[in-house]
Design a protein around this ligand. Structure first.
Ligand SMILES: [Zn+2]
Length: 357
């Protein structure tokens, strides 16, 4: 079997607020909390990057980050900047671990080269309810989603559900995928609301243990059309997301490349790898990233990495409810400038609710 889905269990305490809130049919930005503050917030005002790359010594690694708690999530659709698109809730309720396994993120390589992860894994016990990440129509239930062969009990995704959402992105249809379920409680053609239970966590298909494999797909419901779910699921309130593009001096992407993050004034250290090579993964059309780290408390972070025997570092601010961005281009070092503003036709366009397939 070519594809496997790893699981390294996390222990954590869930948040107090349920994320099973009602969704809206169109992804109009909402500013339900701290409205004025968020409207006034600049899209990005990161600190000045290091003027030139310089040598430094990596500190002794600190304690593992304490990651067992999250504030309530932003309501969806959440989009402070026009470039971000947090349209989905997490498919696992907030009283469970509802964040991706940090050791096997989207683009991660766990079992070997060319087996690149096309979704995120949320490690939860068997029979944990799985919720629709947004409103939509169920377009797939049962075995065979990966191989697109209904009833194929050799399918690595096991029992799976696919939802085509009521809204689109950039004029394209959006889908979410839920795999390795133990039980499915919806049928094809059924319309589901945000947070509606669609089944239970299981370990069906190719998996080392119970967890939910979750994907975001567009424009087609295809294995080749996945995007990083951490850029689509709403962060906890007061927390943000880091996206980066890490390349060599000739702007060739560096794959499975280690980047370290340390939150200033704390011993919270994060290690994240860039996407692996050879897989069916896609960068966000705006950020063109090859690294994403979600669920970061707002604050100043030091980013550091080692490239061709030199250490490089910069500082960057994570803003609440937003994606912060950096690039690294080999000997040119870090840059915090965002990609140019996209044309208007890049912006999300709500799609009409499509009829039952
Ligand atoms: Zn997975």
């Amino acid at each position: 079997m070519r594809y496997f889905y790893g699981l390294i269990c996390l222990v954590g305490i869930g948040t107090a607020a349920a994320c099973a809130q009602s969704g809206r049919a169109t992804p109009t930005p909402v500013f339900d909390i701290s409205e004025n503050e968020f409207i006034a917030a600049p899209i990005f005002t990161g600190v000045t990057p290091s003027p030139v790359p310089f040598l430094f010594s990596l500190p002794t690694p600190g304690a593992e980050p304490i990651s067992g708690w999250r504030p309530p999530l932003y309501p969806i659709p959440w989009s402070v900047s026009p470039y971000d698109h947090f349209y989905f809730v997490r498919p696992i309720a907030a009283d469970q671990v509802n964040w991706p396994n940090p050791d096997y993120r989207y683009g991660g390589v766990f079992f070997g080269p060319n087996i690149v992860h096309t979704g995120v894994d949320i490690p939860t016990p068997e029979e944990t309810p799985i919720m629709a990440a947004g409103p939509g129509t169920v377009v797939w239930v049962g075995w065979g989603l990966f191989t697109e062969t209904p009833g194929n009990e050799g399918d690595p995704y096991g029992l799976a559900v696919g939802i085509r959402h009521d809204f689109g992105y950039y004029g394209n249809q959006l889908y979410t995928i839920y795999a390795h379920m133990s039980e499915i409680s919806v049928t094809v053609g059924q319309h589901v609301k945000t947070g509606e239970t669609i089944g239970l966590v299981g370990a069906t298909g190719a998996t080392t243990g119970p967890h939910l494999h979750f994907e975001v797909r567009y424009p087609n419901n295809s294995f080749q059309d996945t995007y990083n779910p951490e850029l689509w699921i709403a962060p906890p309130q007061g927390w943000g997301v880091l996206a980066g593009r890490v390349t060599d001096t000739k702007r060739k992407t560096l794959n499975s490349f280690v980047v370290n993050l340390n939150r200033e004034g704390t011993r919270e250290n994060y290690l994240v790898k860039t996407y692996g090579s050879g897989g069916a993964i896609n960068p966000d059309p705006y950020y063109n990233e090859n690294l994403v780290l979600g669920d970061l408390p707002a604050g100043i972070y030091k980013i550091s990495l080692r490239f061709e025997d030199r250490e490089y570092q910069t500082w960057l601010e994570i803003f609440p409810g937003q994606v912060s961005y950096f690039t690294f281009e080999g000997e040119s070092g870090f840059d915090l400038e965002r990609p140019p503003a996209p044309a208007l036709d890049f912006l999300p366009i709500p799609l009409p609710v499509t009829p039952t397939p």
